[in-house]
Write a protein that binds this ligand. Structure first.
Ligand SMILES: *Cc1c(COP(=O)(O)O)cnc(C)c1O
Length: 471
């Protein structure tokens, strides 16, 4: 039995030189693929890490110095570094517009549009008619006006930026009355009071959590008021003894005082979703017809486009917003503009929307159809997972997600995977996440629940799981 010191000595003696490692055949192949400097750096880092390990466990470190171990470590190091960190996953969470999984599913036309402008020059800010300087917004403004009935429109990086720039332009150092029941926090650190404050506005919370009346708005108005802000309660619902003042009533009193009414719709549908059998969600057009001066909403929630913040409303106000330097700070890139305009164009023909907009196709997939899909998958999944795990077809509820229609869930079908012990179900979940195309489900009461509403490609899903079986 050697002492720790003797083993450490042996470890140090066994370390091959960097030069000699570089000459190993498989390492020269790595150098061809990844370049010699990167491979050398990898070797140095791995040896350094092993030196640290050896202080704690010299025996294990000696084993890791074997040629095949070092090559494995190097391959891992190189692959981790050169693999994309952002990659597709399979969303079986049941939440369609999952914020953490990237929200909307872009339609084919949007991908083509991105592709067509990404490679080279475009007329992004170039007016092809006059040959002079153009405006980025021009690619989206007229269609947004057409779809919402607004006089003017501008677009920024996301809806949080939209709210920020609107408050900063119209209510800097002025008061912003908001109903207490509408002071939202949505995921990812968007808290309305913080945004208003940072944008220079002074929040005046009016009414109470469950009830706000027209006279609360009336009493809040003074010479210091910049805008009245109405926020769509997107990720929660206040139920029971409640009162909320509709936008047109607020507009009635605000107009008398010449104060703009701004509505943050959050999800903001562009068309009435009840025609597709989904619950009604307020549209931007509804707010404009109600007389709201400025409406903001997200591009990648119900709308089904890329991440963006859409601002529509009165021309005089939109013009001011466009001139705010923050517009430059939050402007869209050409790929987003290409994708967004192509998605907006789909709305010109609402009849075909359900077919062409994946968001809508997924949200409206019937339980019967998902059920058939699940039945076709079950025997294959049983093959892979039995007898270690028990699979059961279950009724489940999908969510729209991203705060849209928060209290409405959509009947769906899924599979619950059970195991004898809860640690193995957690391990299975982890394994799913480590697949080449990670599969994301959710664990409820020691069962892994997979909601199949959003599974589009059976082949990729099953093919990776069959590898899993072999393990
Ligand atoms: C989602 C949401 C936002 C933020 O929109 P992003 O596009 O995520 O920046 C702001 N307000 C409301 C009410 C929302 O639902």
């Amino acid at each position: 039995m050697k002492t720790k010191d003797q083993l450490l000595k042996q470890f140090n003696l066994n370390i091959p030189s960097i030069d000699s490692i570089c000459r190993w055949k498989s390492v020269t192949i790595f150098s061809d693929d990844y370049g010699k400097p990167l491979v050398t750096e990898g070797i140095k880092e791995i040896i350094q890490a092993l030196r640290e390990d050896a202080k704690l466990d010299p025996e294990a470190a000696i084993k890791s110095l074997k040629k095949e171990c070092l090559i494995d470590l190097l391959r891992n190091w190189l692959e981790t570094l050169t693999q994309p960190s952002l990659k597709p996953v399979i969303n079986l969470t049941g939440t369609v517009l999952h914020t953490n999984l990237g929200r909307a599913y872009l339609p084919e036309v949007a991908l083509q549009a991105i592709n067509s402008v990404a490679k080279g020059p475009s007329n992004l800010e170039f007016d092809l008619e006059s040959g002079g300087r153009g405006d980025r917004d021009a690619h989206m403004e007229s269609i947004l006006c057409k779809l919402t009935g607004a006089e003017a429109a501008t677009v920024v990086n996301n809806n949080a930026a939209a709210v920020f720039i609107v408050v900063n332009t119209l209510a800097n150092r002025k008061e912003v009355p908001v109903s207490r029941g509408e002071l939202v926090e949505i995921g990812g650190s968007f808290r309305l009071p913080d945004i208003i404050k940072r944008a220079g506005g002074k929040l005046v919370d009016i009414g109470t959590t469950n009830r706000t009346h027209l006279h609360d708005y009336e009493n809040s108005i003074s010479s210091k008021t910049g805008i009245i802000l109405k926020v769509h309660a997107s990720n929660y619902a206040i139920k029971g003894f409640t009162n909320d003042v509709p936008a047109e009533k607020i507009v009635g009193i605000a107009n008398r005082e010449n104060i703009p009414v701004v509505e943050d719709l959050g999800s903001g549908a562009l068309t009435d979703l009840s025609r597709f059998g989904l619950p009604k969600e307020p549209t931007a057009g509804n707010s404009i017809s109600a007389g709201v001066d400025i409406v903001t909403f997200s591009g990648d929630k119900l709308l089904g486009g890329p991440q963006a913040g859409l601002i529509v409303g009165k021309k005089s106000l939109i013009d001011k917003i466009k001139k705010n330097p923050i517009k430059r700070v939050t402007r869209l890139d050409k790929m987003t503009i290409a994708a967004l305009s192509s998605v907006l164009q789909l709305y010109l023909d609402p009849e075909k929307l359900q077919k062409k907009l994946p968001n809508l196709a997924l949200l409206t997939r019937s339980k019967a159809e998902i059920s058939k899909h699940v039945d076709s998958l079950l025997p294959k999944l049983n093959n892979i997972f039995k007898p270690e795990f028990d699979l059961e077809v279950i009724d489940c509820k999908s969510q729209v997600g991203s705060g849209a229609l928060p209290i409405n869930s959509i009947p769906s079908k899924g599979i619950a995977i059970k195991s004898k012990n809860s640690s193995s179900i957690r391990q299975l979940n982890k394994l799913f996440r480590s697949l080449r195309v990670p599969v994301i489900g959710r664990i409820t009461k020691d069962r892994l629940i997979l909601d199949f509403r959003c599974l589009e490609d059976d082949e990729v899903f099953l093919e990776q799981l069959s590898n899993f079986q072999a393990k």
